[in-house]
Design a protein around this ligand. Structure first.
Ligand code: URA
Length: 197
């Protein structure tokens, strides 16, 4: 892909509205061979400013939840369905999701994670290509053909959902317990990859 160098999208003008609304392209972060790949919807204001996914309030929640499971942000890969901030934080349009999909597919193929965790409705529906009732399906494992292989996809609520509805915290916790338990070195009794050094 001409406009992708390794895991970085070097330039892209596929979505005219997003080209106008973004300050920069926000690529995924974390190890290129991570066992866990988290996929969110798209960058918000903080992410657009800092050039890194999940660095705002949702990111603090995610960091805290990872930490509670013996994982650090540096141990996992975090990316989004679209790499440019939509105007006024609207949901990405389906054409925009489609335009960005080859980059995500390439990232999945290269990282080859043990499990993909979809954070919220947009990434869950996008990657599974069906309607998903995230709050009831959170914690369930699905399979999808992504990045050249059939992959395990764990449906999860978006971390920000816990800000609006405290009952979502249990749902988020249960899904993340399951995700951590699915990767070697993570989960109950496991260790952070960084803890090995
Ligand atoms: N929400 C997302 O879905 N992605 C981010 O990067 C930040 C917040």
């Amino acid at each position: 892909m001409d406009d992708m160098d390794g895991l970085e999208v070097t330039e892209c003008t596929r979505c005219p509205e997003l080209v106008d609304s973004r300050s920069r392209i926000v690529d995924g972060t974390g190890p290129a061979d991570a066992d866990l790949l988290f996929v969110g919807e798209g960058p918000g204001q903080q992410e657009d400013e800092q050039g890194e996914p999940f660095v705002g309030r949702s990111g603090s929640i995610l960091d805290e939840k990872l930490d509670a499971r013996g994982l650090a942000r540096q141990d996992v890969r975090i990316t989004n369905c679209v790499r440019c901030r939509p105007p006024e934080n609207r949901d990405p349009k389906s054409q925009e999701l489609d335009n960005c999909f080859p980059y995500l597919q390439r990232e999945i193929e290269q990282v080859d994670p043990d499990v993909i965790v979809t954070l919220g409705k947009v990434p869950s529906e996008h990657l599974l290509d069906r309607d998903v009732a995230v709050t009831t399906e959170a914690g369930s494992l699905a399979q999808a053909d992504l990045g050249g292989a059939v992959r395990d996809v764990l449906i999860c609520v978006h971390p920000a959902a816990t800000l609006y509805d405290r009952s979502q915290e249990e749902t988020l916790d249960a899904a993340l317990d399951k995700a951590a338990g699915m990767v070697s070195g993570g989960g109950a009794g496991g260790q952070s990859r960084l803890g090995d050094y």
